[in-house]
Write a new protein. Structure first.
Length: 526
């Protein structure tokens, strides 16, 4: 089933189209974004202008057409600040229903904050930490604080970028007096919430929305000279936002338009956004912000999907966003589950028993597990060169909760599970820093050996015991039947592991000495 979620915001309209499977797993198949500025002059005057409504109707009509082209069965649309405050907002929603063919629902500010928190929870690796999520829209600012599936504090205040720009931005560059007036206004509105949130405490903060992402992109490009491929799960320090604010407040529109990385559609209001964000971060005592490109539209979608029992069951089975995302991708690619889980268990067992030699930790161990679970999904495209297809699918699989570098490592480890040695000239691998390239080589050496030990895809090998004698390693392959095929295949894939561990390796068959050699590892995957 394909579903479209539409966010009718005060500044921008957004649509995301996803395909949802019977298990509740979903993948993004399309998306659109348009700067409409529905709230321009609306937030101060209390009525939607005719021209803005007509512009909005035209864009929503196009969204409807695109949804039909994609075979969308359900459209869920919500309207935010500009519409819920306008005296003719309800009339506009009725017009959308009559002229476009679907009826959006105006939601409260607190509901908006809840849905944004839900999106962050499912897209950023929060690890159960108490997290503050902030979003700066055109009409309002939302904040949510929580440590699990539900936020215990929801905040929505009318201090959005368009609203504050119309009220306080009277000269360009903005005058010191008007900047101070804006800061005092934001502080007055937010201080009761900031006091409560500071008292409750939090372990990390997540920032979403076009304003936050646009400012972060500018700050990063200003520091590095290059725009990142993706902002999702990237961390930006609060002092970099403060430095950007100081730079922006000294420029006029012409200067801002010449700035590298400036979004032309936001160049006039970006100064106001910088002042609001910088003030908010200071008041909440946020030192750094993890960026999320999931926001209200994804929250709308997740809220709908979570009403389906099978999706809820999936979330309960895999409460960690990273593991759930990996399993969803594997299922979409019709994985060989038994083989992939067995290879993962074998790889982790060898990893654990050689820990003193490779000196990698729990973080790298988890990457090895996820790479092993996904190593064969390239068969979904073709058996020929399936390892390269696995790399492509992992890279482009919309995995949530992972930093871009982690996805590159994960995809590269899956790529090298079969043949070939990681080389600097290879796509993706060559762009990784030296530490990450070493990680890929080590994890790939474990994965290719583990994969060979289940060459038949029958899980005949019950476990592997690693012992050391005179500087050499002995790998005893435990099995209760003939595993000559697996031993033969594994011996052909020892070269990379021997080089990584700096030791010759002897591989021998051994009868099972324990009733369940992989029990501990398998239980860790559950």
């Amino acid at each position: 089933m394909k579903i479209a979620a539409i966010d009718i915001g005060s500044t921008s309209f957004h649509m995301v189209i996803v395909e949802v499977g019977a298990s509740g797993a979903f993948r993004v198949v399309g998306g659109e974004k348009d700067m409409v500025r529905l709230g321009e002059r609306t937030l101060s005057r209390g009525r939607l202008p005719a021209a803005a409504m007509q512009r909005g109707l035209e864009i929503l009509t196009e969204y409807r057409r695109l949804a039909r082209t994609q075979g969308v069965e359900k459209i869920i649309a919500v309207a935010t600040s500009a519409i819920r405050e306008a005296s003719n907002g309800e009339d506009f929603l009725d017009r959308i229903g009559r002229e476009v063919g679907f009826y959006p629902k105006a939601i409260s500010g607190e509901e908006e904050a809840r849905l944004i928190y839900l999106a962050a929870l499912h897209s950023v690796h929060l690890e159960g930490r108490r997290t503050l999520v902030v979003d700066i829209g055109g009409g309002s600012v939302e904040a949510a604080l929580g440590s699990g599936a539900r936020a215990d504090t929801l905040v929505s205040e009318k201090i959005g970028v368009l609203r504050m720009h119309e009220r306080f931005f009277r000269t360009d560059p903005i005058s010191r007096k008007d900047e101070s007036r804006l800061v005092r206004h934001v502080e007055k509105i937010l201080e009761p919430h900031a006091r409560k949130i500071r008292a409750a405490g939090f372990d990390g903060a997540v920032g979403t929305s076009g304003t936050v992402l646009a400012l972060a992109s500018l700050a990063i490009e200003s520091d590095t000279g290059a725009r990142p491929d993706t902002l999702h799960h990237v961390t930006i320090r609060a002092d970099r936002i403060h430095a950007l604010r100081k730079r922006l407040t000294s420029t006029d529109l012409r200067e801002r338009l010449r700035m590298k990385g400036m979004d032309e559609a936001r160049a006039d209001i970006i100064v106001t956004g910088a002042i609001i964000l910088d003030t908010l971060l200071e008041m909440f005592r946020v030192k750094e912000l993890v960026l999320s490109d999931w926001a209200l539209r994804q929250g709308i979608l997740l809220n709908y999907i979570h009403r389906h029992p099978r999706t809820l069951a999936r979330a309960e089975a895999y409460p960690d966003v990273r593991r759930r995302s990996v399993i969803e991708l594997a299922e979409r690619c019709t994985w060989d589950e038994a083989h992939s889980r067995h290879v993962s268990a074998l790889a982790l067992s060898i990893f654990d028993q050689t820990a003193k030699r490779h000196a990698l930790g729990e973080h790298e161990r988890s990457i090895l597990e996820y790479s092993a679970l996904l190593h064969d999904i390239g068969h979904h495209i073709s058996h020929l060169r399936h390892h390269r297809h696995s790399y492509y699918l992992v890279k482009n699989g919309d995995l949530r909760g992972f930093h871009p570098e982690e996805i590159e490592i994960l995809a590269s480890v899956a790529r090298y599970h079969r043949a070939g040695v990681p080389r600097r000239k290879h796509e993706g691998f060559g762009t990784l820093p030296p530490r990450a390239r070493r990680t890929v080589r080590i994890l790939a050496s474990f994965l290719r050996l583990a994969d060979a030990l289940d060459r038949s895809h029958r899980q005949y090998v019950r476990g592997v015991r690693v012992t050391q004698r005179a500087g050499a390693l002995r790998l005893s392959v435990e099995a209760d039947r003939n595993v000559e095929l697996e031993i033969w295949g594994a011996r052909r894939r020892l070269d990379l592991l021997e080089k990584i561990l700096a030791a010759p390796i002897r591989l021998v068959a051994s009868p099972v000495t324990r009733p369940a050699a992989l029990t501990a590892v398998k239980s860790a995957q559950a």
